[in-house]
Design a protein around this ligand. Structure first.
Ligand code: AMP
Length: 395
């Protein structure tokens, strides 16, 4: 069967068409700069690459262009829209409403809309993607896969904030967690690799956004992102954990409004705020050339990750493996090395040679004597969504 996976953002649509259960990618691509005159469509199949620049006023126009490409005589891979039996949508926030992947109907759409205030930047474009796809593929089953669902197993003691309970019970203020589709995929791969469904794992997702999950028996039991997207690790432009005293001080001392402080902490902080650069490659190069600010930022970044490893090792009461994933986790030898430095108390011993190997495959980069394994597992959120669609079909 053919499954189209759609990840609809505010000005972009990422898509991949899979043949399942073979997990074969038939076509993939990206529509970007939606809403602008110079919109772009990048489309790839095993044989062809097509790049188009055109005005893309909205998501509907963008997705229709993708469908035209999927069906075109020159670069197409299907002959009519009904060949696509299922569409899997990434939806960032499922609140406490959605514990699992669901088939989309009007009730699901209304509930996704009711969560707009919890994820104002993400859920509205996810919702648009669903509505547009329903119109273009009227006969396909549409499935919603939520980034928050994997974290619904986090126990109450870990997901409740120590503020009056009415804020949790009446206003849904609690830890939800994000990047769940990636953490789910990577932890399953780790469990398969280790042949141990009970493995105690810490998954470290380091991309533009960064987060860590403690995984026990294949389930998320704690996670570093919380109610919003700025808790835990230091990210490209986000501060991660910060003393709340700083927020109130900024507001009082500099007369800053809530939005201004939020922008400061989420768009102008993190590695960007420290170094002026949000892309880690540039920062690593500067650090290698002796730039002390870049060196400090890398020290701070990896120190924070170490602190969370300590926390989660305690929460798990043991550790079988730590797993690095996403753009930085999969590619940065330096970050992995710094995180694993002086961690023998946790049984972590990195093999420098294995760490330096570049590969797109799952790999073990710890020494053969390391009590805790260190793994690098490339994430694949789209494949996870396609797998969940296929599993749904089997029900
Ligand atoms: P993602 O959000 O998973 O696409 O990750 C994007 C981030 O990965 C970017 O901010 C880059 O800084 C980082 N990245 C990608 N390739 C490398 C690399 N070779 N070395 C260090 N960082 C990298």
């Amino acid at each position: 069967m053919k499954v189209l996976v759609i990840n609809s953002g505010s000005s972009s649509i990422k898509f991949q068409l899979f043949k399942m259960p073979e997990q074969e990618v038939i076509a993939s691509g990206l529509v970007e700069k939606i809403g602008l005159k110079n919109g772009e469509i990048h489309y790839n199949t095993q044989k062809k690459s097509v790049n188009i620049e055109m005005e893309i006023p909205d998501h509907a126009v963008g997705l229709r262009e993708v469908v035209n490409l999927l069906m075109s005589s020159a670069s197409g891979v299907i002959s009519n829209v009904d060949e696509i039996e299922m569409i899997g949508h990434r939806v960032v926030h499922g609140g406490k409403e959605f514990l699992n992947t669901v088939e989309i109907n009007q009730d699901v759409i209304d509930r996704i809309k009711s969560l707009f205030n919890l994820a104002p930047l993400h859920n509205p474009p996810n919702h648009v993607g669903i509505v547009v796809a329903q119109d273009i593929f009227p006969n396909a089953r549409q499935i919603a896969v939520f980034d928050t669902s994997f974290h619904q197993t986090i126990p109450e003691k870990a997901h409740t904030f120590a503020i009056p309970l009415k804020f949790r019970d009446e206003h849904d203020i609690r830890l939800y967690g994000f990047h769940g589709i990636s953490h789910h995929y990577v932890s399953q791969k780790a469990i398969e690799y280790l042949h141990n469904p009970k493995a105690k794992l810490i998954v470290i997702h380091l991309g533009n956004g960064c987060s860590m999950t403690a995984v026990k028996d294949g389930k998320s039991i704690d996670h570093s992102l919380g109610f919003g997207p700025n808790q835990g690790l230091i990210m490209g432009t986000r501060s991660g954990d910060i003393d709340q005293g700083v927020i109130f001080y900024l507001m009082e001392k500099f007369n800053m409004g809530a939005q201004e402080v939020s922008d400061l902490l989420t768009k102008k902080s993190g590695m960007l705020g420290l170094t002026g650069d949000s892309d880690l490659r540039g920062i690593e190069e500067r650090a290698n050339n002796g730039d002390e600010i870049a060196q400090l930022a890398l020290e701070m970044n990896t120190y924070r990750i170490k602190k969370y490893i300590g926390t989660y090792a305690a929460v798990l009461n043991g550790l079988d493996a730590i797993v690095f994933t996403a753009g930085i986790g999969e590619n940065s030898e330096l970050i992995r090395a710094k995180v694993c430095e002086d961690m023998n108390y946790f049984g972590i011993e990195l093999d420098a040679n294995k760490n330096s190997i570049r590969s797109k495959e799952i790999r073990e980069i710890s020494t053969e004597y390391s009590r805790t394994k260190v793994l690098v597992i490339p994430t694949n959120e789209e494949l996870q969504i396609a797998k969940e669609c296929f599993a749904f079909q089997q029900k």
